[in-house]
Every structure is written in C-alpha cells, then in structure tokens.
Ligand binder design. Structure first.
Ligand SMILES: N[C@@H](CCC(=O)N[C@@H](CS)C(=O)NCC(=O)O)C(=O)O
Length: 212
C-alpha cells in the first residue's frame, strides 16, 4: 500500500489520522503541491484529478480522501470510525461532508491560484476569501453540534470519528489563514482533545517527513 500526500494537504492529513487510528503504516510518497508535481504526467496517470491524496494498492488506485478512509474502515473495522446506528452514521457523514464539500474545495490551492491569476486577487484578497468560507462553514459545523446535542469529547460522543478526521485538518487550515474561531466553543474543545490524541498529533503537518 503506497500513499501519496503532501504535509500541508488537509485531505492527506485526514487519511494520515485514519491510518494512525487503524494502526496501519503505508509506504509514503510526497507530491510537492507548491512545485506543481500533482500536475506532472506521471502523477496524473495515477490520479487524473491532479490532487492528493492517492492510495495505490496492488492492482488498483484510489482517489478522494473520504473514499480512502471509508475503504480503510471496511477493511479494518476496529477501532470504528463510524457509529453502528444508521442514523448516527448518516449524521457523522453529514458533519464530515460539511467540511469536505462545503468548506475545503473553496480554499484549495488551484482555486486560490485561479482567483489570483484570472481575477487579480492579491494575498489579502485570498485570505479574505478563505476567511469568509472557512468561518461560514465552521460556524455551521458548530451549529450542527449544538442542534444534535451529541458531541462529547469529540464531534459524536467521546471517541474520534470520521467527522473529527475531517474537522481537525480544517481547524489547522483555519489557523493557517488566520480565521478567528475562538468563539466556536465545541470545536475548540474537540481540537484540544485531538491535540492530546496520539493518532491526531502524529498526523500533524509539522511532523511529516516532507514538512518545510
Ligand atoms: N475531495 C478531494 C480533495 C483533494 C484536494 O483538493 N487535495 C488538495 C490538497 S488538500 C490538492 O491536491 N490540491 C492541489 C491543487 O489544488 O493543485 C479529497 O478529499 O481527496
């Protein structure tokens, strides 16, 4: 099993947390996004999306972090990343997709590059764009936690789930783009608990071999 990622990629960060929780150590290969290695013909043959992560298996290749994490969950069910009850599973997926579909794509490198080159935005403009969408999405996530009343130490109960695997890398990006989320108390509490969780802390971008 070979995993292609980049230290600062939040989608790769999600998979690293999941690998750590499951106790699996794939061989790693690093794709330097700032140097554009994700668009090299060699990488595009692996992953036509031109995005990380990619998981290469014996005869097959998987793209999309949530598909990779759900495949891991099915292959290695313990410890579980999704609750047992179908409604709870759907809820945890809804939290996860709030990050993965509503927030993350808007702050992706290629989107920011496009805003810069085609729409004349400078770094200040890009930061304002990211701040707007990260804040909007995380406020909604906080609202969903309050509405359900199901959070504990983590987003659903006291054990980390797929939702936290998506949330924590997004909180890291919020810090990177200087988004003030200090008032989002439930998220702050979960982030503090994740910092003390070995699977989350070992997956942190600063601890990766390709970190700069
Ligand atoms: N939905 C995809 C998103 C993948 C993605 O956007 N990856 C980013 C890094 S977090 C990337 O490779 N960006 C390169 C670029 O924008 O050129 C997933 O969850 O895997």
């Amino acid at each position: 099993m070979k995993f292609f990622g980049y230290f600062r990629s939040s989608s790769a960060y999600r998979c690293r947390i999941a690998f750590n929780i499951k106790g699996i150590e794939p061989e790693e290969s690093f794709v330097h996004l700032r140097k554009g290695e994700q668009r090299s013909p060699e990488y595009l043959r692996r992953n036509p999306l031109g995005l990380v992560p990619t998981l290469e298996l014996d005869r097959r290749t998987l793209a999309q972090s949530l598909a990779i994490v759900e495949w891991l969950e099915e292959m290695f069910p313990e410890p579980p990343l999704l609750p047992r009850n179908p409604l709870d599973r759907a809820y945890v997926r809804a939290l996860s997709l709030t990050v993965a579909c509503e927030i993350h794509p808007l702050q992706n490198l290629r989107v920011l590059d496009h805003l810069k080159t085609e729409f004349g935005q400078d770094q200040e403009g890009l930061n304002a764009w990211c701040q707007k969408w990260i804040r909007t999405g995380l406020e909604a996530y906080e609202g969903m936690l309050a509405q359900s009343g199901l959070a504990g130490a983590f987003s659903f109960g006291d054990e980390a789930t797929l939702a936290d695997i998506c949330l924590i890398p997004q909180v890291f990006s919020a810090q990177r783009f200087k988004v003030d989320i200090s008032d989002l108390e439930a998220i702050q509490k979960i982030a503090a608990n994740a910092e003390r969780h070995p699977a989350f802390s070992a997956a942190h971008p600063a601890k990766q071999p390709d970190a700069e």
